[in-house]
Ligand binder design. Sequence first.
Ligand code: AHG
Ligand code: MN
Ligand code: MN
Length: 334
Amino acid sequence: MADITVTEHLLLHQKQSPHATGMFTGLLYDLILSGKTISRRINKAGLLDILGGTGEVNVQGENIQKLDEIANRIMIYRMERCGALCAMSSEEEAELIRVRDDFPRGDYILVFDPLDGSSNIDVNINVGTIFSILRRPEGHKGEVTLEEILQPGVKQVAAGYILYGPSTMLVFSTGQGVHGFTLDPGVGEFLLSHPDMRVPKQGHIYSVNEGYWKNWNTATREVIEWFHNCTTPKGGSYSARYVGSLVADFHRTLIYGGIYMYPADANKPDGKLRLMCEASPLAFLAEQAGGKASDGSRRILERVPDKLHARTPLFIGSADDVTAVETIYAKHAR
Ligand code: AHG
Ligand code: MN
Ligand code: MN
């Protein structure tokens, strides 16, 4: 495969995707630069005193890891200067971030999880950055309001993630399919390695933290038992895989198929994952790749967030596997 860079790939697709304008290409360029900067810090984390926790708790009530904060600062610093944004929302920031007037601004809105899989940082397991790109609603001027940000996932103009693992990969979509790029550290460029990624219609892997079994309701237990007993297209049983980093579990699901599940439970009535910076961007990718993403009964992309850090249960991956989940929940809802 010829060495196609992200920029060349965007230009190749420029005519189809209306959002692949120069402004958007500039936004993506700075997102990529942020990802490379975060990747470099992660790769050296064991050698610098940046592992472990900061001792603080974030708006999510979760311990902030030093690399969470470092990744968050890198993203905010880089992206508020990119000239394409009017506002941002970070998983690590309680409030909406409005781009200051003294910076060049545009009409895009960036929502991101600067570092996903924080609990895995100190044990050198894959972590990632997830991003979602919205447009400011037409005709709105002046200070950006929260209502302008709280848009359903169907409004995303682009979404993607950077996965920091054995190789650093960028996977994103602008609505023209899903494309994966692998960082060639030698040249410092992300090169096209996975063109037009498609989720298999049914998979052979289910991914869920079964440690929550005692907190799940009857319907959810039936969903999990479905994957204990159902057979794969080749007639075998499903395997269980759970990395504990959503980006890594999703990336494997995107390539191998199957399903990633984070259900609601007795302690987390709306689940743990954030609708705007985790579920929606990955749901956009899943659907662009021919898969599905649901909260158990509704399409994730149609969920309108009621607040910036709204949470949602998430069932995402192969269309047939997600449909099986919805069928079980629908039976219990009757
Ligand atoms: P984050 O590190 O951004 O808070 O995300 C962690 C999420 C997700 O990456 C992962 O799948 C899930 O939390 C793991 O949660 P459990 O430890 O409850 O399984
Ligand atoms: Mn996360
Ligand atoms: Mn995070």
